[in-house]
Design a protein around this ligand. Structure first.
Ligand SMILES: Cc1cc2nc3c(=O)[nH]c(=O)nc-3n(C[C@H](O)[C@H](O)[C@H](O)COP(=O)(O)OP(=O)(O)OC[C@H]3O[C@@H](n4cnc5c(N)ncnc54)[C@H](O)[C@@H]3O)c2cc1C
Length: 401
């Protein structure tokens, strides 16, 4: 049996989940994180039922529920509020103990993961440690690390690159990152203004050819919480121009016009991609989460799928590490998770965005009318919810051999 640790590059949600799922099996793990502490930015916030199920055995879900918002209903609507399709997750209460979307900031998930990782496993988490390179040997990977001005080499049994969209691990492996980048930028702005008073569900998507948006309520520091809006920004504008009050205020007023100006607490801007790595494994090196795939945030699928990757990979790598299975089992991880990424996450997130931004008003109205009909028919709504909640796609991917 090998004694060398598994090295995980990246202490984001995917890397920490890999480390926890391996550490719980008694496997030595070293996590390398370039930043001096966990990162804190306005990214993911929606967790779907299968993700909550996968994290529950580690005690993460229960901790998330202490502060997360349980969102039973979500909507797709037009700007006027004339067309509103509202879905009720209670329709799938027979297939999951978590028939809701849990809203919790990504930067509140990672401290929970890290706390459990440190309490319950011997994992060694090293902040301020940057993976700079690696060399694959027949029986190990020599991982090169920069710490301040020094460099060191760690002998690892396996290396997992969970180092985000710009993954150094993926680049060193030379894996093609196939796909495209959306032309528009995505602006995120948070306000205490309460959209629920205008009939918005706590998770609402607005379909409009120009001013499409997503509006979510997040727990923030506790009640009353905060609302987060995501909307498109012109491709040619600088971050500074997109985040200027003169740009954000009219966008917010378009979502819901109000007499006073919006008080904006947080704001940020992102470039968004749809990309999938050609493979998730080369020899003793694997990639997971954003390092392996990127998608737009419509539907809240990216981080969720990174957690699905982590649990799938840790289960298989654990068996290989203990010598209970051949390395070929890791190729099943690649097949299952690439299938889930391509057939579920990429397809759904692209479809969601195209639905929101449909240019032809007539087509847009027809689609919303169709969605309203779906949402109000229990059988059709249930089928739709099994897909949008990632349940059906995950089941299909896990059946891939
Ligand atoms: C606006 C927006 C909204 C989103 N909303 C949702 C949502 O509601 N639901 C959802 O599921 N997803 C959502 N996502 C996607 C989600 O944020 C990402 O999928 C998620 O952060 C991926 O986690 P990760 O751990 O794979 O990567 P990351 O979170 O990027 O973590 C990678 C880590 O690796 C570290 N690192 C990088 N290079 C190195 C190196 N060389 N050495 C050591 N460490 C390194 C980084 O510092 C970082 O901590 C959203 C994204 C955006 C932009």
């Amino acid at each position: 049996m090998p004694s060398l640790p598994v090295v995980v590059a990246g202490a984001g949600p995917t890397g920490l989940m890999c480390a926890l799922a391996l550490g719980r099996q008694g496997i030595p793990v070293i996590v390398l994180e370039i930043e001096p502490a966990l990162t804190h930015d306005l990214r993911a916030g929606t967790f779907h039922p299968p993700t909550l199920e996968l994290m529950a055995p580690y005690g993460i879900t229960a901790r998330m529920q202490e502060t997360g918002l349980r969102v039973r209903h979500w909507q797709i609507r037009d700007l006027s509020g004339e067309f509103v399709a509202q879905f009720d997750l209670d329709l799938i209460a027979d297939v999951t103990p978590y028939p809701y979307r849990l809203h919790l900031e990504q930067h509140r998930l990672t401290p929970i993961q890290l706390d459990i990782l440190r309490r319950e496993t011997g994992a060694d988490v090293r902040f301020g440690h940057q993976l700079t390179g690696f060399v694959q040997q027949a029986d190990r990977v020599d991982v090169e690390v920069a710490v301040a001005d020094e460099s060191e080499t760690i002998a690892a049994s396996w290396l997992i690159g969970a180092d985000g969209g710009r993954s150094t691990v993926r680049k060193i492996l030379g894996i093609e990152f196939e796909g495209f980048t959306w032309p528009e930028q995505f602006v995120v702005a948070s306000t205490h203004y309460d959209f629920a008073q205008h009939g918005f569900a706590l998770n609402s998507y607005i379909s409009d050819p120009v001013n499409w948006a997503a509006v979510f309520k997040m727990p923030h520091d506790g009640p009353p919480g905060i609302w987060r809006a995501v909307f498109p920004g012109a491709p040619e504008l600088s971050d500074e121009a997109l985040l200027a009050p003169e740009a954000i205020e009219p966008a917010m007023q378009t979502i819901v016009p109000r007499a006073g100006a919006y008080e904006i607490r947080y704001k940020s801007v992102y470039r968004v991609h749809q990309r999938v790595a050609k493979t998730f494994r080369v020899g003793r090196v694997l990639i997971a989460g954003d390092a392996a795939h990127l998608n737009n945030p419509m539907g809240g699928l990216g981080l969720n799928s990174g957690i699905h990757d982590a649990v799938n990979l840790a289960d298989k790598l654990g068996r290989v590490w203990r010598g209970e299975a051949q390395e070929a089992l890791l190729d099943l991880y690649v097949r299952q998770r690439r299938a889930a990424t391509i057939e579920q996450v990429q397809a759904m997130s692209i479809r969601n965005k195209r639905l929101l931004e449909e240019r032809d008003r007539q087509v847009q109205r027809e689609r919303l009318t169709e969605l309203i009909a779906t949402a109000s028919d229990a059988e059709r709504a249930r089928k739709y919810l099994l897909e949008s909640s990632m349940i059906a796609g995950l089941r299909r991917a896990n059946e891939v051999q």
